[in-house]
Design a protein around this ligand. Structure first.
Ligand code: G4P
Length: 528
């Protein structure tokens, strides 16, 4: 196959949702269509069960599963599909944000009864800011839930999206009869039997024929006609270009558990979703069809065997062809590296491959060379943008609890930070180290892993920090900046890239500081 065709047939995307909306179930059904797995129940849910905060076995189990399901690749109708897993648990939100830098589009799953939930709002906001094309799947139609129009309204208002339904439910819950596929103009009848032939749809080109009444009954047919008329009047016509620009989001209805409405979603997805897209580097934009290979690390996973500290770095191929055993330049370290056993991901299996194309994810064994955001090229200096750190939500001092093991402790902290488990800030005043995390769970993960993988012990101590802001100034020598550094010295720290960070202890003090020093910029992410 020609290089260009290999690129065009790839679809790399993520599924995002609030926990429990049905992401795992939908993923599994998509894999079933691709023939990548044989039976339901094969994809293990990677969610952390409620109340697992201090259950280390659970954390370890989670790490194992999340390697297996980090990337799920499969073939469907000549398309190569890569699903990148995004943890739904809010304590791992930063992981999800980083994974979103490697997707070309997303599918958003919404629970028909719960509607738009908190995590969905946060994740969609990130996708919206980056204009990532999104398709919405409203799930669990076999249960009682909100009315279709009410949900579409809610999605528009809470997620600030412009939606248009491409399918519409006929009844719901107990009365759920099926789905009218606006995109394909046919009716799929719901039998509740997950084994029902998935291609079993009835074409209904003209909604006004008696055929529809016979198919779903007079009342349901009448309601459907009214609903569709209303939908047509209220929502814009689907326009692929608008969708690709992130300006219009098509919506599908269905039930992942019953494998219903999923084929419609998948067929439309492979039809409209974008192939690998160009990526902005600090130096220039890189197109997928360029000859030379470039790629970036968006995720690092520690080895499951604590005795071996090697890790797996997940690299998204942005341009050119990645080849096994060919030397590539690690741009940050300015050194050449060769990879003898790069892995590709098929369903839940990892397999050594000789070449990979734009859109693909390569797993590379790493002995400590990689950090999140690192770029590999054939020699050109490119630094890909888009892997920022956000201000953590929690902050604690980290102390060495075993003075004989301080070397191990610092090595461990450094490597865990490279993996992106948490953020490290070093206070300017006294060099004390502060760990910032998105959720409380990470503190336990860090403590556990430092002990089991590095043989080091740590303890934590509370510190009152509300937010971390990255500081920017045009003139470091200005009186204002010097005054800021003097007066706020207690609150200033360096992040792992040596960028200056202001640790505000309350929203009020942050506001006062911003007012007092108007020439200084306070950023809430590390990339500005
Ligand atoms: P998540 O990955 O988004 O967290 O959700 P997951 O797929 O694990 O689904 C959460 C729960 O919702 C599961 O039930 C799952 O079976 C159920 N579910 C998913 N899709 C549908 C659907 O279309 N209809 C109905 N009625 N339920 C659905 P659970 O009891 O929490 O887990 P399990 O014991 O079934 O694994």
């Amino acid at each position: 196959m020609k290089f260009e065709d290999e690129i065009k047939r790839r679809r790399t995307f993520g599924i995002i949702s609030h926990p429990d909306a049905g992401k795992t179930t939908l993923t599994e059904k998509l894999l079933l269509f691709g023939g990548a797995i044989q039976e339901a129940g094969a994809v293990k849910s990677n969610k952390i069960k409620k109340g697992a905060t201090s259950d280390f076995m659970e954390i370890e189990r989670q790490r194992g599963i999340s390697v297996a399901t980090s990337v799920l690749g499969f073939e469907y109708k000549d398309k190569k599909i890569n699903i990148l897993d995004t943890p739904g648990h809010k304590d791992f939100a930063e992981d999800t944000f980083r994974t979103l830098t490697a997707v070309d589009s997303v599918i958003v799953v919404v629970d028909v009864a719960k509607g738009v939930e908190e995590q969905t709002e946060k994740l969609v906001e990130v996708c919206r800011m980056r204009n990532i094309p999104m398709i919405v799947f409203i799930n669990k139609l076999d249960r009682e839930g909100k009315d279709g129009f009410e949900l579409l309204d809610e999605i528009e208002q809470k997620l600030h999206l412009k939606v248009t339904p491409l399918s519409y439910p006929i009844g719901m819950g107990y009365d759920f009869k099926g789905i009218y596929n606006i995109y394909e103009q046919n009716v799929n009848l719901f039998t509740g039997d997950p084994k029902k032939d998935i291609e079993d749809t009835v074409e209904v080109k003209d909604l006004n024929t008696k055929e529809l009444d016979e198919l779903i009954g007079d009342t349901a047919a009448e309601t459907l006609r009214e609903d569709l008329e209303l939908a047509e009047g209220v929502y814009p016509q689907f326009d692929k270009e608008e969708y690709l620009k992130g300006e219009l989001q098509p919506v599908f209805f269905g039930s992942a558990l019953h494998n219903f409405g999923v084929r419609e979603l998948l067929d439309c997805f492979i039809d409209i979703a974008p192939p690998p897209q160009p990526k902005e580097g600090e130096e220039r934009e890189v197109k997928p069809n360029e000859d030379k290979f470039t790629g970036f690390v968006f995720k690092i996973h520690a080895n499951m065997d604590p005795k071996h500290r090697d890790r797996l770095a997940f690299v998204k191929v942005v341009s050119g062809k990645f080849e096994r055993n060919k030397p590539y330049k690690h741009v940050r370290l300015s050194k050449n590296l060769k990879f003898s056993s790069p892995s590709a991901f098929f369903a839940e299996k990892k397999q050594i491959v000789d070449e990979m194309f734009p859109g693909d994810i390569v797993g590379l064994h790493d002995t400590g060379n990689f950090k999140i955001g690192d770029t590999l090229t054939e020699g050109e200096i490119i630094n890909y943008k888009g892997t920022p750190s956000f201000s953590p939500e929690h902050f604690r001092y980290i102390n060495n609890a075993d003075p004989m093991k301080s070397k191990q402790l610092y090595k461990g902290i450094e490597q865990l930070m490279d993996e992106g488990v948490a953020q490290l800030f070093t206070l300017e005043l006294n060099n004390r180290k502060i760990i910032g995390t998105v959720g409380a769970l990470q503190y336990e993960v860090i403590q556990y892993r430092l002990e089991h993988e590095y043989g080091a012990k740590c303890s934590y101590e509370n510190i009152n920090v509300h937010k971390a802001c990255w500081i920017e100034t045009d003139n470091e020598k200005s009186e204002e900046f010097q005054d800021f550094k003097r007066v706020k010295s207690k609150f200033l720290a360096k992040d792992k890239h040596d960028q200056l960070v202001f640790l505000a202890d309350s929203p009020f003090s942050l506001q006062m500081t911003q007012q007092k020093y108007p020439s200084i910029k306070f950023h809430f992410t590390s990339e500005f």
